[in-house]
Write a protein of this length. Structure first.
Length: 292
């Protein structure tokens, strides 16, 4: 079966306008063509496709079944092409501020603060890509959000949080299985987050608690997942203070013990050394320094 070649774009545009108005005269006015030119382009398109797209009526037009099926495809393609052209080649459009980082940080720390930024700078767009465990070394991000000690060769780091570590769980979980002392953690599922050096083993050692197995429980790849499981009562998560302010304030999570252990690592805003920030990225940086 021979594959149809793509018709010229101007024929497709003429078909889309004519199908919307169902009138060649109105289509000609919108396209700034003569009625004869519109009719000619439709005939050429129908000949190219080998089917009739319109039924010519005494007063106006009607779409054939083939025309009705083809119209949404053509409209979608033209819309996508117009949007991509505007995004790529509109010289007046400001570039977005590109950030790559932790999804947990975005959901629990950055997102609640972005309302203020949008109100102050409604014309600056943010593009946030969650990195999880995959890093595109060729990405042209303005910033990264990293958890660590702030020392990465070739990067400038700006500290965003001063975290403490402490257990959190749902109120419903405490009603089912109370947590009176740290030893009671042995009766609960500990929610571990991969990639963090200071986990349950560190917190339990700082609490001088030797009766709880620090390896017991579920292992997850994001702090976001562990906090969500804690919310729904699956187990007890080890929270970073900057990530749970909203959840504690709303009562979705509670803090069963008073012991908070300072974390040696924190969240940092990171940028490559020797690179100049765009005007938009500079505004975002100054704002973030103020609200952190």
């Amino acid at each position: 079966m021979n594959q149809k070649t793509l018709p010229p774009l101007n024929w497709l545009r003429t078909f889309e306008v004519s199908a919307r108005s169902l009138n060649f005269t109105k289509a000609a006015q919108e396209l700034h063509l003569t009625q004869g030119a519109v009719s000619q382009q439709i005939r050429l398109l129908e000949r190219h496709l080998g089917v009739a797209l319109f039924v010519r009526l005494p007063r106006g037009l009607a779409l054939t079944d083939e025309g009705m099926s083809y119209l949404p495809v053509v409209q979608d393609s033209i819309s996508r092409l117009a949007a991509a052209t505007n995004e790529l080649f509109n010289q007046d459009q400001r570039p977005p501020v590109k950030i790559r980082g932790s999804l947990s940080f975005f959901v629990h720390w950055l997102a609640p603060r972005l309302t203020e930024f949008n109100q102050l700078h409604p014309n600056i767009d943010i593009r946030y890509i969650s990195s999880l465990w995959v890093k595109d070394s060729d990405a042209d991000d303005d910033f990264e959000i990293r958890w660590g000690n702030g020392k990465w060769p070739g990067y400038l780091s700006h500290r965003l949080s001063w975290d403490t570590l402490f257990p959190v769980c749902s109120p419903a979980l405490l009603e089912r299985v109370p947590l009176v002392t740290t030893a009671d953690l042995a009766n609960h599922t500990l929610l571990h987050v991969l990639g963090y050096e200071e986990g349950w083993g560190y917190w339990l050692s700082m609490a001088n608690e030797e009766r709880v197995d620090p390896a017991h429980g579920m292992q997850l790849d994001t702090l976001l997942a562990s906090l969500r499981l804690a919310e729904v009562g699956v187990g007890v998560a080890l929270a970073r203070s900057s990530m749970v302010e909203d959840l504690l304030a709303s009562g979705q999570l509670v803090e069963p013990f008073s012991l908070r252990v300072p974390a040696s690592e924190s969240f940092y805003l990171v940028q490559k050394s020797g690179t100049d920030l765009s005007y938009e990225a500079g505004i975002f940086f100054d704002w973030l320094e103020r609200v952190k």
